[in-house]
Design a protein around this ligand. Structure first.
Ligand code: ADP
Ligand code: MG
Length: 220
């Protein structure tokens, strides 16, 4: 399911990322301390960072292969990407944020909240009462649900989540962890999640890849 080999050296910071792993799991967790290279790995997979060399494949989709010159643009990779801080658009309300990912995104964003697909995602994530609120008016858990709904509305082939629970308190963290697990089981979407929390890895990871200083420390 995941076949990842990435080498990337930054001459300015001196950091070098050199990771390679393969897994048939549907849910893969990248675990490691701050600065281990987790976000860089995810960015390379998403197409936001071009490796110096390597190969990136998820399922039967080849996303990057330095040897044969394959390098799909981020939007061609059809990945749902949740950034560390959710990166909701502050000037768009909940409906408009979710609608942003729709393939019919050429629609006027001011009208988009009427779209039936948006209504569906609002209902699925119990966000209907908040449809017209803006990100700064939402709690951490609500923001996260909006970000997930937005990612899924784009009908991705896989989900990439960068520390999705980092900003949340323990109780919310536990319940959203369970929700995410349920969501993955329902949708069967391949999921790659980054965390520095071993408990996230234990609950969500069928395969756990441990990174340290840009290198693979263990795979279990
Ligand atoms: P984390 O595991 O906390 O997500 P990152 O992948 O964000 O770690 O970063 C790993 C290291 O790579 C950081 O310590 C930083 O020094 C370096 N780094 C990250 N982004 C860049 C960049 N754009 N240019 C140079 N060095 C970078
Ligand atoms: Mg990070």
């Amino acid at each position: 399911m995941f076949d990842i080999r990435i080498k990337k050296r930054f001459s300015d910071s001196g950091f070098s990322l050199d990771v390679a792993f393969q897994s048939n799991a549907q849910r893969l967790v990248l675990l490691g301390p701050s600065g281990a290279g987790k976000s860089l790995t995810l960015k390379a997979i998403a197409g936001l960072l071009k490796p110096d060399s390597g190969r990136i494949q998820i399922g039967n989709q080849l996303l990057f292969d330095q040897q044969s010159g394959v390098n799909l643009a981020p939007q061609e990779r059809r990945l749902g990407y949740l950034f560390q801080d959710y990166a909701l658009f502050p000037h768009l309300n909940v409906s408009q944020n979710i609608g942003f990912a729709l393939k019919s995104g050429v629609l006027n964003p001011r009208r988009q909240h009427q779209h039936p697909v948006i209504q569906l995602w609002l209902e699925r994530f119990e966000l209907t009462p908040y449809a017209l609120l803006y990100p700064h008016q939402l709690s951490g858990g609500q923001k996260q649900r909006v970000a997930l709904a937005r990612a899924l509305a784009g009908e991705p082939g896989a989900l990439l989540l960068d520390e999705p629970f980092a900003a949340l308190d323990l109780k919310l963290r536990q319940s959203l962890r369970a929700e995410l697990l349920q969501l993955q089981v329902q949708t069967q979407l391949p999921l790659l999640l980054i965390t520095h929390d071993a408990e996230d890895a234990a609950v969500l990871g069928q395969t756990v890849i441990e990174l340290e200083q840009g290198r693979l420390k263990s795979q279990s």
